[in-house]
Design a protein around this ligand. Structure first.
Ligand code: CUA
Length: 382
């Protein structure tokens, strides 16, 4: 009976592993490196793995041999030959492991020194100050003087020099296909440098259990040509001011962005020239329309997803700190959330009618402050 049971369970178990998505070229697979750090980490892993194969064969081989050859036989109660004090054996099983440990340790230490020693961002390198928040990422580009969130852009082949800090608990910065991972620790500046030699959008993930929405604390690294990167930087250094749009939905969304209080937390440099209303402990939404995702790498930034996010952030990412701005039975909820989403998605991409709008910015801000004061729990971001 147990054997028949085993035959039933075994195929399911094997299938479970086969179907569990053990892919070598997945979005977050360390087996598809696109830069020197990830490549070196993979090489180190493979070297250790290759070294372990003869060890495994030897140990299991000897084990199997001993179990069969020296098993207890009926009527034989004699004590087997003792090996204690055998000098040759002692020398062999001391020196061989020492050699193996040296073979693993030397390349490991070499890699640690190569990738975890302090680096100054030089010409052509991109310095990025990373701050981990529950549960999103702030990325400041000190060389260019702006801050964004949840999406890094870098030119292909350049070195990104990351200073890592945390606003609350421990997080860890990890882009499996480019390299990592290093912890972000409050009040301690850690550093990491990475390089991507292939253009594309690469998935990053917080790799340190940081409570609540840890699994949803994701980000993207966009590796692009130098020209594309320069254009992206320019968008942030001189954000297009979105005062009035020819799209009424976008204009309505802009007004609502202030009226509903979004502006009290989230900075948007596209809102009004030279003014940033939000706070640094919430995601900066400048040029949000250029982003690939909403909710810190959670969903594609489509109108529908962004609207769903604004309408009910807790539904998409349970436990995050963004409040819901409408009563559940508010008939305008969906329409207003969609307008705000349309406004956000237009930032940095849409044609704009620069200034000349009849906006009452002071009035908007007053309304926003009132909402912030009454409805917000100012504890964090999305
Ligand atoms: Cu941040 Cu896990």
């Amino acid at each position: 009976m147990p054997i028949r049971w085993l035959w039933r369970v075994l195929p399911v178990t094997v299938l479970m592993f086969l179907l569990a998505g053990c892919s070598l070229d997945g979005e977050q697979s360390t087996f598809s490196p696109v830069g020197p750090v990830a490549q070196d980490q993979l090489d180190l892993f493979m070297w250790t793995w290759y070294l372990s194969i003869p060890v495994m064969l030897l140990v299991f081989g000897v084990l199997a041999f001993v179990i069969v050859r020296y098993r207890r036989r009926k009527g034989d109660d004699s004590i087997p030959g003792q090996t204690h004090g055998n000098v040759l054996l002692e020398v062999i099983w001391t020196t061989v492991p020492v050699i193996i440990v040296i073979l693993v340790a030397v390349p490991t230490v070499r890699s640690i020194f190569a990738y975890q020693s302090y680096v100054e961002a030089g010409d052509g390198d991109v310095a990025i100050n990373v701050v981990g928040h529950q549960w999103w990422w702030s990325f400041e580009y000190p060389q260019y003087g702006f801050t964004t969130a949840n999406e890094i852009h870098v030119p292909v082949g350049s070195k990104m020099v990351l200073d890592l800090d945390s606003a609350d608990v421990l997080h860890a910065f990890w882009v499996p296909r480019i390299g990592g991972k290093v912890d972000l620790i409050p009040n301690q500046s850690n550093q990491l440098w990475l390089q991507a030699d292939e253009e594309g959008v690469f998935h990053g993930q917080c790799a340190e259990l940081c409570l609540g929405a840890h699994a949803y604390m994701r980000f993207r690294v966009v590796v692009e040509s130098q020209e594309e990167f320069d254009a992206w930087v320019e968008q942030f250094q001189q954000p297009e001011i979105q005062a009035v749009s020819s799209d009424p939905l976008v204009s309505q969304g802009r007004t609502l962005f202030a009226q509903k209080g979004c502006i009290g937390c989230h900075s948007i440099d596209n809102y009004q020239e030279g003014v940033s209303y939000g706070q640094p402990n919430f995601p900066n939404l400048t040029n949000f329309g250029l982003r690939h995702t909403v909710g810190a790498g959670l969903e594609e930034a489509t109108l529908e997803n962004v609207a769903s996010w604004i309408m009910d952030p807790q539904e998409m990412k349970p436990g995050n700190y963004m409040p819901t701005l409408w009563q559940a039975d508010d008939p305008n909820r969906e329409a207003e959330a969609t307008a705000i989403a349309a406004y956000l998605l237009s930032l940095g991409v849409d044609e704009t009618v620069a200034d000349g709008g009849s906006d009452d910015v002071a009035g908007d801000l007053l309304a926003a402050t009132a909402v912030v004061g009454s409805a917000f729990n100012p504890a964090g971001g999305n």
